[in-house]
Design a protein around this ligand. Structure first.
Ligand code: 8YV
Length: 325
């Protein structure tokens, strides 16, 4: 008898087809928003869940689904899942690391360049028909080449971002929970480990790539923003909640910070409306991993994890191996 799975969100047709060969599937190809109750009702007789990072998999939901064995999250981040509750319930949880490193690093650079060189703002101005004549001081921005790049959170995506800085002759500083081995620092464009305060003070451009947890909530708030250079650019491609958005809006409005490139927001997609008033913020709707090959790779990776785990084997990207003991 085939195991039963729930796919919480719309997926590529080939993923649905592949999963249907292995499982009895309840899908959501219309991408309907489900309340927590609806999710619990649909999941309670299922052994597997294919989720995105947008579904809250709480301890209550887990308790309401005693047959659940595997949660395969199609994201590298898994702060949407109560991992401890899943582990206590003996549920395997998997994510999709590595396949998105390079694409997400590319996008961090896209946001950094757009924010520092005022691409969004100048394009809106051009489209509004305001380009009448050249002026020496039109849309002057900050240079990237030769500048100091700060990276907060130096995991695999952070290192991929650092590698790209070579072409811009940048000095790379980073802060992380733990210092990288020297060989990895060398590969990451000779990145230099510094304390968080020093990073904030010295970076000409700062990119946030750390995972979200209670410990990193508002890691960048008013006090941290006050340490940054007024000419600096801040980029967040990690998670909403790492930055105190109200404090960032105040800093951008008062030009205590030159610019920001933001792909993630507190309470997204219902982000703080005041961002829309800020010309010096480049805003994108959480698309860091959204290239055609990478989204296909992420979906295939999550499907692999689910198929392997429900066949009784250890899936490649198991986040809670302690449940195997
Ligand atoms: C996902 C992400 O697209 O992988 C992550 O952690 O933030 C993105 O790549 C998004 O979370 C949807 O699952």
């Amino acid at each position: 008898m085939k195991a039963k799975i729930l796919i919480a969100r719309a997926v590529f047709p080939e993923v649905l087809e592949r999963l249907s060969q292995h499982f009895e599937v309840e899908a959501n190809q219309n991408d309907e928003p489900w309340s927590a109750e609806e999710m619990a009702r649909r999941l309670h007789n299922k052994q597997g869940l294919f989720s995105s990072a947008n579904e809250r998999i709480s301890a209550e939901l887990i308790a309401a689904c005693p047959q659940l064995k595997v949660i395969a999250n199609m994201a590298v981040g898994f702060n949407n899942i109560d991992l401890e509750a899943a582990t206590r319930a003996g549920i395997m949880v998997t994510n999709t690391p590595d396949v998105l490193n390079e694409t997400t690093a590319d996008f961090a650079w896209a946001l950094l360049m757009a924010a520092a060189r005022r691409v969004g703002e100048s394009e809106r101005w051009l489209r509004a028909g305001k380009w009448q004549r050249w002026r020496y001081d039109t849309f002057l921005g900050a240079d990237l080449h030769g500048a100091t790049l700060g990276i907060l959170g130096m995991g695999r995506i952070g290192q991929a971002i650092a590698r790209r800085s070579r072409g811009f002759d940048m000095q790379v500083l980073y802060h992380n929970r733990t210092r990288l081995p020297v060989a990895l620092e060398a590969a990451a464009s000779q990145a230099q480990y510094v304390g968080k305060e020093e990073l904030l003070r010295r970076a000409d451009h700062l990119i946030l790539v750390l995972p979200y947890s209670a410990a990193t909530h508002h890691a960048i708030g008013a006090a941290e923003l006050a340490l940054m250079k007024p000419t600096a650019t801040l980029v967040n491609i990690a998670r909403g909640g790492i930055v105190d958005d109200a404090a960032l809006i105040a800093a951008l409005r008062q030009r205590r910070l030159a610019a920001a490139g933001l792909d993630v927001f507190e309470n997204e997609p219902a982000f703080h409306p005041d961002f829309l008033q800020l010309d010096n913020a480049v805003l994108t709707p959480h698309i860091g991993s959204a290239s055609v090959p990478t989204r296909h790779a992420m979906a295939a990776c999550a499907a692999d994890n689910l198929i392997v785990a429900l066949s009784g084997q250890i899936p490649p990207n198991l986040l809670n191996p302690q449940i195997l003991q």
